[in-house]
Write a protein that binds this ligand. Structure first.
Ligand code: NAD
Length: 344
């Protein structure tokens, strides 16, 4: 079986080579992202393997379909970069629904602690033998209220971590999880209540029409002054322009961003020798109370190994058994786990 692997990075190869070789799957690594201009590279392959910033739109799907590519293997959980409605009936889409919720939730907490305890500043200061503490005052997490939007796999691990710090949790989810609300330290509330009462807000929901810009100017207006916004989910959950304005007006106390609306133009690449022409990103990065990481929350050894193992299993299930429990399909206006693998 031959699979065209797009947006390949050096850290992807060891685990995919290992699990691929054990199962007679040959990955051909392309550094380029998949899009209308590069899709021809997939000609002659049985499947394509893509990540979060590859573009799988109508043109790409038509081209893959015409070339007889049977399966699109997402090596991630999110699928907002795939036109799922258009893909239905043309190409099967499989994904890795969970690889390490701990990786992402722990990264969210790492960013929060770094930000509010000024670790990013301290690291640079002491490297320069500057041992002054001016401007380094942080605040305790203990006793603070964290608003968690999306209480799925990652959101729930993040809630557990926050509870370990003695924080109160206000949760919001379109489909609340049973047994999570204990009526005391963890409570499901409406979004407005979450915005009004949270000291920190962390986003763990997928990017959908409902959640696009869930943090916008109106939402920020409702928030406490000094609120800390953490986004490790998808960039477009936050209106970056509104966030920047909130930071300038001192409404937002800090922002921890592992994702950014226009990240596909920049993230995962080295722009250190270039002029970055995205003024919003550049201004956000220039702020002392903003930390940006380059969509790295997933990047742990455990997650990379799980991603490769599950992707290889998905491909084997699809090509050898004709069905895959990690297949996604578009039905009645929504994309859902197909479970049967026989949706078309
Ligand atoms: P999950 O499917 O387990 O949980 C998502 C939760 O969001 C579910 O409980 C769902 O009910 C809820 N939800 C759906 N629509 C909603 C809405 N309109 N409003 C509020 N909640 C809604 O997914 P997960 O594994 O916890 O991942 C969460 C997100 O994290 C993914 O969608 C992905 O975008 C992001 N992610 C980021 C990285 C990274 O490296 N930064 C890695 C993996 C996943």
């Amino acid at each position: 079986m031959r699979i065209a692997f797009f947006d390949a990075k050096p850290y992807d190869k060891p685990s995919f080579d290992k699990y691929g070789a054990e199962n007679n799957i040959k990955f051909k690594y392309f550094e380029t992202k998949l899009n209308e201009d590069t899709v021809e590279l997939a000609r002659g392959f049985d499947g394509v393997c893509v990540f979060v910033n590859d573009t799988v739109n109508k043109e790409v799907i038509d081209s893959l379909y015409k070339d007889g590519v049977k399966v699109l293997a997402l090596r991630c959980a999110g699928f907002n970069n795939v036109d799922m409605k258009y893909a239905h009936g043309k190409i099967h889409v499989v994904r890795v629904p969970a690889y390490s919720p701990y990786a992402v939730a722990e990264h969210a907490m790492a960013m929060l602690l770094t930000s509010i305890r000024r670790i990013h500043k301290a690291y640079i200061r002491t490297k320069d033998f500057n041992f002054s503490l001016s401007g380094m005052t942080g605040f305790d997490l203990h006793g603070k209220t964290v608003g968690v939007i999306g209480t799925g796999r990652i959101g729930r691990v993040f809630i557990d971590i926050c509870r370990g710090f003695g924080m109160k949790v206000l949760a919001y989810d379109k489909y609340p999880a049973e047994g999570l609300d204990n009526g005391d330290t963890v409570r499901y509330v409406e979004l407005d209540e979450l915005f009004q009462n949270s000291d920190i807000i962390s986003l763990h929901c997928p990017l959908t029409e409902d959640t696009d810009h869930i943090i916008d100017e109106k939402a920020l207006e409702k928030c406490k002054t000094g609120v800390v916004i953490i986004n490790t989910s998808r960039g477009a959950l936050v209106d970056a322009e509104a966030l920047l304005a909130g930071i300038k007006f001192r409404k937002v106390g800090a922002a921890c961003l592992d994702v950014y609306e226009e990240e596909s133009d920049f993230f995962f690449e080295d722009f250190s020798g270039h002029i970055v022409d995205d003024d919003i990103l550049a201004r956000l990065i220039s702020m002392p109370n903003v930390i940006v990481t380059s969509h790295q929350a997933f990047l742990t050894e455990e997650a990379l190994s799980n991603i490769a193992e599950t992707t290889v299993q998905n491909l084997l299930d699809f090509f050898e058994k004709g069905e895959c429990t990690n297949e996604l399909c578009y039905r009645n206006g929504e994309t859902k786990d197909c479970k049967t693998g026989k949706c078309f």
